[in-house]
Design a binder for this molecule. Sequence first.
Ligand SMILES: *Cc1c(COP(=O)(O)O)cnc(C)c1O
Length: 441
Amino acid sequence: MIRYYSTNNKNYLVSFKDALLSGLAPDKGLYMPERFPVYDQNKLMEKDFRNLATYLAKLFIEEEIPEDEIKNICYDAFNFDVPLKRINDNIFILELFWGPTCAFKDFGARFMALTMSYFLKKINKKIKILVATSGDTGSAVAKGFYKVENIEVVILYPSQKVSLLQEKQLTTLGENITALEVLGTFDDCQAMVKEAFVDKDLNSRLNLCSANSINIGRLIPQSFYYVWGYNRLKYLLNGIEPQLIYCTPSGNFGNLTGGLFAKRMGLNVKKFIAATNENDVVPEFLFTGKFNPRPSVTTYSNAMDVGNPSNFARMIDMYTKDNSSYWENMKKDIMGYKVSDEETLDTVKKVYEKTGYILDPHSAVGYKAIQKFKKDNESNNFNFIFLGTAHPAKFMDILEDKLGIKVDIPSQLQEALLKEKKSIKIKNIYSDLKDFLLQTK
Ligand SMILES: *Cc1c(COP(=O)(O)O)cnc(C)c1O
């Protein structure tokens, strides 16, 4: 059985179940697997994504969840396509945005929700998930937990500070999902949620649980599509072994860490490119060796506006070996590039004009970072895959206003737009949140 340690204390080991249900270790460290299972490449070819995910998930959790349940979870969680498409020459996009909320976060959110539900049913326990969102995370989490048994979800979002589409995605689900429209900012929402988690009185009366991106249950499935992308590429190259470089548009670096997991599991990837917008603390670290977290700045790729990436602790952990410097070790695997807002829009425009492919601003940061890498390095022998993290329709206002590019809206987003918004307005004070939580207990 693979156990999970805290990045603050390697001797503190827990099961997958406990790591999943607690989110953060008691010492505030992030959970990491004590070892990485190595997969057998021969068992992977010819399989569809759900079979591949089932096989890989089993390597992590088969001692804690029976095989047929793991299969059910993966079939439920990943019931959409994960296509790899050639953009031009040796650059490919792995489209991770065909899930229910049209962003890659669907992979992690759905897998986490279903594994949590499995354990909760077994011990006959109910929990309440509390999340603050500035837009995108909330909808992936909400959709991930939608109609999942034994779990109630309460989402706090700042009134009038999310896009129409985002608000619809948060507020039209109903069932076990409640949207609290907070008359305040995202920071207010986050502060209220934090206060709830440290309120002893409240926690003695409710089983509160967090579902933010540091949960190991969201990270593990994010390694699966890196393995899948490699296989699809090999298939497109008629079976020739790709010399692969992955490029990941990054904010909290959970997505990139999923790639690092895949490499430890045996994936043959030559390098990772960490692509960021102006919030470039990690590229800066890779360049200078100094990690300097700071408040984030707002950009067009707003889901990557992170000034202090939470998964950096995991990256340090993975590259700390004996007496060598983790900076030196990390640099061997990861190159960092930052992309400005201006470059982002210019990239969307140029790629569209040249190929007809419409990139969303986040994915465009990934494409541009590859171009920067190619300028700096001899790259003819390589193939590049960048991760398409969001469907362009999610950012249609920017694409239309700034570039005049019209985007077709996929059915899952259209559906939300047609439904009626249902939210409960509360003030940006903690006692209002607490009253609400206790009254709906
Ligand atoms: C969350 C998000 C990212 C950044 O992913 P991290 O795991 O936080 O690095 C990139 N693009 C989109 C569209 C996202 O929603």
